[in-house]
Design a protein around this ligand. Structure first.
Ligand code: G3I
Length: 329
């Protein structure tokens, strides 16, 4: 099983309904989950759009179900994601109050959510929710993204969000999370400069999440330098959303042997360089963004096969290659 090959947490994503459903597919899902993984991220249930129902009102029920399952099964929960431009509830998107009122709502949301999920502890007194992606995707290519948070709070909403989260919980690990950190050197430099300035200004930050949504035909050569540069910040490093699109150009109708091998090579490249470059003390783990192909956000009605397991939960060759990388091959 995957978790047997690592000294760091191996993660995958869950939804509350899959953890209680008695359908055979979800029973099988939970068997794979508990065999291969010891860390979970909520795919959607702990996002702002799912929790923040109206000003001052929070629905934590699905997140609570995930935390209860994790506690019962000895899993770590990585919280995802407090402040993300793509998960703003509709009522907040059309908020017509002042910028100060908007900021107060976000501050209250971050503090209430972090405080709430700090309550459940394991037998050693550690929080089940060990960490949060505090801000997701602050940058867009070569600049700060023009999000509702940037417009109403200002460029420093990121510093404020991390400070609010820290005020709510002194122990939880606080992450900045973004995509294409390997593939876009400009973006990578912006992230590293921002994180380093947060550190020198005593803005609390503990780690960086490299989402790592890859494609089968992307160059693999950027990855070691990117992982090294992220590691050089001295923060924790999490590969937080790994998957590999196998039909980037929509030019095949099934996962051909060639594609399956290219995909496997991408998975192996990621697990190999993570294992070899990131020192143990900075390894926060690798989280894969889905179990079966058909559950992936990239599945496209059967037009892609991005994950390590077929729809019947049998493993693909990418699974074995991923393990080879974990073993240092
Ligand atoms: O559950 C509702 C359903 O009740 C409703 O009828 C339907 C109609 O739109 O929507 C369903 O919710 C969808 C949800 O996925 C569950 O399937 C949302 O619309 C849809 O926006 C949501 O997409 C998620 C996406 O983030 C946006 O939040 C994907 O599942 C999730 O995999 C994806 O994950 C993101 C990470 O959080 C951040 N990094 C990128 C990654 C991939 O986009």
């Amino acid at each position: 099983y995957l978790q047997d090959f690592t000294n760091f947490p191996m993660g995958n994503i869950v939804s509350a309904f899959k953890l209680s459903s008695t359908s055979s597919a979800n029973v099988d899902f939970r068997e794979v989950l508990l065999n291969d993984y010891n860390s979970i991220t909520a795919e959607n249930d702990m996002k702002m759009a799912n929790i923040f129902t109206s000003a001052g009102n929070y629905d934590f029920s699905d997140g609570d179900a995930i935390v209860a399952y994790a506690k019962a099964n000895g899993l770590r929960v990585h919280g995802h994601a407090l402040v993300w431009h793509s998960s703003v509830p509709g009522w907040l998107n059309s908020f017509s109050g002042t910028n100060e009122e908007f900021e107060a709502l976000i501050e209250a949301y971050v503090k209430a959510t972090v405080s709430h999920f700090a309550i459940e502890k394991d037998a050693n007194g550690n929080s089940i929710v060990a960490s949060w992606d505090v801000v997701n995707e602050y940058f867009d290519g070569g600049s700060i993204r023009s999000s509702i948070f940037q417009q109403k709070i200002g460029d420093d909403f990121i510093d404020k969000a991390f400070q609010w989260a820290r005020e709510a919980d002194t122990d939880v690990k606080l992450f900045y999370n973004d995509y294409n950190i390997a593939g876009e050197p400009n973006k990578r430099n912006l992230i590293i400069n921002k994180v380093n300035s947060m550190i020198s200004n005593s803005v609390p930050i503990d780690g960086i999440g490299m989402q790592m949504h890859l494609n089968h035909n992307w160059p693999t050569s950027d990855l070691p330098l990117a992982i090294q540069q992220i590691t050089d910040t001295s923060l924790l490093v999490h590969i937080s959303e790994l998957d590999v699109k196998a039909n980037y150009g929509n030019d095949v109708t099934e996962l051909t042997a060639t594609r399956a091998q290219e995909q496997a090579d991408q998975y192996q490249n990621a697990s190999y360089h993570y294992t070899n470059i990131v020192p143990t003390a900075q390894q926060y783990g690798i989280t894969i963004w889905g179990v079966r192909d058909q559950d992936s956000w990239l599945y496209d009605g059967g037009g892609d096969w991005p994950l390590l397991y077929n729809n019947d939960y049998s493993t693909k060759i990418a699974y074995d290659s991923f393990i080879d990388g974990l073993k240092g091959n």
